[in-house]
Design a protein around this ligand. Structure first.
Ligand code: OOG
Ligand code: MG
Length: 258
């Protein structure tokens, strides 16, 4: 592909996020394929690093059927998390800072030391220090929350903000835990961690493999979001959101506003 303006495309996506203004999809118009889209994602994240943000983790996207069906894209994808996206557990977000925010219940891993490239991953409990329930706030920069695979990859997989609940030691099984997303005390979504690639531990293998293809190595101390277990729900001003994961506990956030 010749003359693809990676930085220019990243600039359009970055400005859309900064001003909370949706933009039209751009992959078809620019001829962006998935590899080029990851290069745009890198430039988009670079733009954040240039203003002082730090990478604090990796997030997986579309690791469940419910999510794939909701957005009409059926490939597992990954994106980067920065410190500026992190909201304390129980904290407040300003809906007006986003375009059309949605929330989804996730499982987070706190990464331990990972093997060198080429070395086998070994046991999950060697690679993961702790587990927590989490909420991801996604906000596609594209109008109507509609995108193709390269579009969403370029847009850092809609990453906008995230909340991690209290860390706890890795329990024996993670593959069939009940998951609830509550809005204002009412159950909005019900699922199971089994929805996440059959077992959220598998999301870590996929993350290491897929990010590794683009030269990204996961690091000790990073947060890893395994992907939503259910479809995402629009975040309205004034809403109280809780993600509850059986055996893991609760993560919560509030949306400021009228
Ligand atoms: C893409 C991001 C998907 C997940 O957990 O599946 C994602 C989107 O739905 O906008 O974060
Ligand atoms: Mg997610």
């Amino acid at each position: 592909m010749t003359g693809l303006d990676t930085t220019g495309i990243a600039e359009r996506l970055g400005a859309a996020a900064d001003t909370a203004t949706a933009i039209p999809q751009l992959a078809a118009e620019t001829g962006l394929d998935v590899d080029a889209a990851y290069a745009v994602q890198t430039a988009l994240v670079q733009r954040r690093l240039a203003r002082g943000e730090r990478i604090v983790g990796l997030k997986m996207g579309l690791t469940s059927r419910a999510k794939m069906a909701q957005v009409g894209v059926d490939e597992v994808i990954w994106g980067r998390l920065t410190d500026a996206m992190r909201v304390p557990d129980g904290g407040t977000v300003d809906v007006a800072a986003f375009i059309h925010p949605r929330v989804e219940p996730e499982v987070a891993f706190l990464l331990d030391r990972l093997p060198e490239p080429g070395e086998p991953l070994g046991s999950f409990t060697d690679a993961v220090r702790a587990v927590a329930p989490a909420i991801e706030l996604i906000d596609s920069r594209y109008a109507n929350f509609t995108f193709s695979l390269p579009d969403v990859v370029a847009d850092n997989t809609s990453a906008a903000a995230f909340v991690v609940g209290p860390w706890r030691p890795v329990p024996d099984g993670l593959d069939n835990l009940g998951v609830l997303l509550e809005i204002d005390g009412r159950v909005a979504q019900v699922g199971s961690t089994a929805a996440i690639l059959g077992d959220p531990r598998r999301a870590l293998d996929e993350g290491i493999r897929l990010a590794g293809r683009h030269g990204v190595r996961l690091a000790e101390g990073w947060v890893f979001l395994a992907g939503a277990a259910t479809a995402a729900v629009p975040l309205r001003p004034g809403a109280h959101v809780r993600a509850v994961v059986e055996k893991l506990g609760t993560a919560s956030l509030k949306a400021a506003g009228r």
